[in-house]
Design a protein around this ligand. Structure first.
Ligand SMILES: C[S@@+](CC[C@H](N)C(=O)[O-])C[C@H]1O[C@@H](n2cnc3c(N)ncnc32)[C@H](O)[C@@H]1O
Length: 249
């Protein structure tokens, strides 16, 4: 968004938002909160579209005055017809943006200071995003997603409020080899409250239905449990992440 920025035409912006779907180099940001965090944490924003320019700018001025100046001149109003063609479902606010997808390698995540959150094959992009959001808020170093879910999918970005941009985040098929202490969050482990998690822990969290499989549990140096009332079998994945990462903050 340099000084030489020339605002693209309405048609060009609509084409670029449409083309971002299925483009591995770009991500689609839905809603003003997602755009706000993306901007705060250094995203390279290509275009910002809306069907209510005045409303979006007022919302950003209210929620994120720090980014309004940077983004205001780039917000392009689309006609109702163009907007309807682009919006797949109701948006939390009238904002659709396209950003370059950061290139993050597994090693970038492993080398980040602090705890690393590892989610094993999350099924719901909403849970995945909520877990990234809390990891970013709690100051974790990075996030690895094992399996096929894309942490940069628009739904995951929306659930994380764009905080993928705040810490290195990527997907990988298998748990990488690491010198970090590997801690499994597991209802069958020793109580979390008995001792803090290692500051450089790689924190393994299981999938929604099945939890952590035996192969991953075998990689863990320790298993830690969050206390629950008798009869409750588990917490939601993102809730468990929040409890664990905030236990000693
Ligand atoms: C929804 S739970 C999975 C439930 C699954 N039926 C099971 O038996 O583990 C998703 C993940 O959150 C973490 N988790 C949930 N509740 C927990 C607790 N009370 N203590 C430790 N980890 C927990 C675990 O990593 C778990 O694999």
């Amino acid at each position: 968004m340099g000084a030489g920025y020339a605002r693209p035409s309405e048609a060009e912006v609509a084409d670029r938002v449409a083309a971002a779907r299925g483009d591995g180099a770009r991500v689609r940001l839905e809603g003003a909160h997602t755009l706000k965090h993306a901007l705060r944490f250094g995203a390279d924003i290509e275009v910002v579209a809306t069907d209510d320019r005045a409303g979006l700018l007022a919302l950003l001025a209210d929620l994120a005055p720090d980014v309004v100046e940077e983004v205001g001149g780039r917000v392009v109003q689309l006609s109702p017809a163009r907007w309807e063609r682009l919006v797949p479902r109701p948006l939390p606010s009238p904002c659709l943006a396209v950003a370059m997808r950061p290139r993050v390698a597994v090693n970038d995540v492993l080398q980040a200071p602090g705890r690393i959150l590892v989610l094993d094959r999350p099924r719901h992009l909403g849970n995945l995003g909520a877990a990234i959001r809390v990891a970013a808020a709690a100051g974790a170093g990075g996030v690895l997603i094992l399996g096929r879910a894309d942490p940069w999918h628009p739904t995951a970005l929306r659930a994380a409020a764009g905080l993928q941009f705040a810490l290195p985040t990527t997907a990988t098929e298998v748990l990488p080899v690491t010198d970090r202490p590997v801690v499994a969050l597991d209802p069958g482990g020793t109580p979390l409250h008995e001792a803090p998690l290692p500051a450089d822990a790689l924190l393994l969290v299981g999938t929604e239905r099945g939890g952590l499989d035996d192969a991953l549990l075998a990689r863990a140096d320790e298993r830690r449990a969050i206390a629950m009332r008798t009869g409750v079998s588990s917490l939601n994945l993102a809730t468990a992440v929040a409890v664990a990462l905030y236990a000693d903050r």
